[in-house]
Ligand binder design. Structure first.
Ligand code: MC0
Length: 143
């Protein structure tokens, strides 16, 4: 099942500019930054409050043909995805497939910090791109 909200992803055109905006306007700071070539993104994770809860993920495109670039072209900057932590991404994906939802990948891909990820197509999830995240640690609940 879904353990908790892992992060909320926001598409931005320029990562450095967005990081300055979130620091200056909301006092939110980056705790992790990484480039994911396969996903075509530069991404930053921002902690909220004590940092134990869900994070904010800023996603900037690396290439014009990437998912984030397409999203920005269509919608402009804004909420792009809702990610849930799961213990076992393959099991979670199989359970959703069995309920008739389309998963984007046959097998998990690599996400933030060595996590394993898959996505539910937004058309099968009420207009929300849902990401499943199995953390590198194996999804042990925090707190
Ligand atoms: C597209 N649609 C969305 C959407 N993206 N609806 C809600 N949220 C989104 N983010 C809607 C469009 O408006 C359109 O609706 C329909 O879906 C188009 O579906 P499509 O033609 O099948 O697909 P595309 O080409 O628009 O691509 C959407 C898709 C793509 C979700 C398949 O973005 C994708 O593969 N995403 C998964 C990978 C990803 O997002 N990577 C970046 C984050 P209408 O009604 O106009 O037909 S990387 C990440 O997140 C990693 C680093 C991590 O967290 O660890």
């Amino acid at each position: 099942g879904l353990l908790r909200i892992d992060h909320v992803g926001i598409a931005v055109a320029d990562l450095d500019e967005a990081l300055r905006f979130y620091a200056d306007s909301f006092g939110l700071h980056c705790v992790h930054q990484e480039t994911n070539e396969e996903q075509g993104v530069r991404e930053a994770m921002l902690a909220v409050g004590d940092g134990d809860g869900p994070r904010l993920q800023l996603l900037a495109p690396l290439r014009p043909d990437s998912a984030i670039a397409k999203f920005l072209d269509r919608n402009g900057p804004g909420l792009q995805q809702l990610a849930y932590t799961v213990t076992d991404v393959e099991a979670a994906a199989a359970a959703l497939r069995a309920r008739g939802l389309r998963l984007l990948y046959d097998a998990p891909k690599r996400g933030t910090g060595g996590s394993r990820i898959n996505f539910v197509h937004p058309k099968d999830a009420g207009g929300v791109l849902v990401e499943l995240v199995e953390p590198a640690s194996g999804g042990t609940p925090v707190g």
